[in-house]
Design a protein around this ligand. Sequence first.
Ligand code: ACO
Length: 428
Amino acid sequence: MSKTVQLIIDENTYDLPVVEGSENEKAIDISKLRAQTGYVTLDTGYKNTGATTSGITFLDGEKGILRYRGYPIEQLAEKADFLEVCFLLIYGELPSKTEFDLFKDNITKHTLVHEDMRTFLEAYPTKAHPMGILSASLCTLSTFYPESHDANRSKEAVDLTIFRLLAKLPTLAAWAYQNAVGHPVMYPKNKYNYCENFLQMMFAMPAFEYETDPVIVNALNKLLILHADHEQNCSASTVRIVGSSQANLYASISAGVSALWGPLHGGANQAVIEMLETIMNDGGGLKRWIDKAKDKNDSFRLMGFGHRVYKNFDPRAKIIKKAADDVLEKLGIVDPVLDIAKELEEVALNDDYFKSRGLYPNVDFYSGIIYRALGIPTEMFTVMFAMGRLPGWIAQWKEMMEDNQPIGRPRQIYTGHNERDYQNIDKR
Ligand code: ACO
């Protein structure tokens, strides 16, 4: 017999079903609660609400575990290719050699972006943030592929949209950057792999080829894998909720990019470097900034510290910290901002305020440091995150569609005025 829990409201007792996950996670199924009792649950910020069952990513915030489709993040970051991880997340299993070759081929084939998209790009102000351009461009792509709007799309049609998204996002991202710095856009080249291609579109010029450095390519591959999925976070939930209205995949991913942009989510990697620069320009005295972060009357927070689910350590941060050290050493980078980062990490890790609240450096504390060392401009950091997260968003959307989930529509507890009569104002 399946397990239930009892809820007692006044003199009535209700049996609510318990749902158990494959890693013994437990949830109380309240989907019929309102019909049975007239009550809804209230959980602002969804801190305790399971929005779905999912077979994509498992994470245990207390133990610092992260697995994609059962594979530990440590093994994937060490050994896998980013496109292999994309296949794994989206289709559920690692690809065979034949499947992988075909997948890579399909993505290589679609890296070019319609030339008309350049007209849109050229219209943006030069100081336009690349996340704004990326979100708008992804939604604009849907207008080039109207067949993707059909809610009854075939598996082949969905796959084609998936290939197009994975293929074109790096091209659009690099173009957004070139546009911001006033350089001519560079086109994708089939001879390069996914990471090399992005780097050459970012850094090559018509006058010279970009020489790919294996240290940089390897670090980028690792970073994209570490960011590839993180279950029901703010942007993945946004993609699911937009997709649940049957909006097309381009529009759903574009919404995910917008959700990621915020400094409390993916925008934190940009905010970390900006914070470190501010501290450096302020003279580097850390105490004042630590005190500000602890002061309840001050809105300042240490960017790159804390996480909604990881309260002991972020397993991605562990891997990325090591990668950051390797990159800095191999590229021989000396940077005062990075010295402040190390000092800040040391001070905060030994401070009771941060220790007692489980506030540790998260993945974004170190990713910003690597991107800076790789020569990627600060405003592009969150775009890099979006490139990594794309397969996760696609996998979340695909799972929701295949499960035929209903439209997302939370309830509320209304706390506004009771009914009152309209009063005419003198509009003369
Ligand atoms: N600096 C100072 N204090 C902090 C910080 C921080 N970075 N983060 C949390 N706190 C404090 C809060 O003030 C609160 O203190 P209190 O209990 O005395 O009131 C306590 O720690 C708990 O914080 P919450 O805001 O309740 O934690 P929540 O889980 O809602 O927020 C979040 C998590 C948004 C990540 C938060 O830690 C934060 O703002 N961090 C900085 C931004 C950041 O790095 N975001 C990236 C997250 S990783 C990612 O999205 C990939």
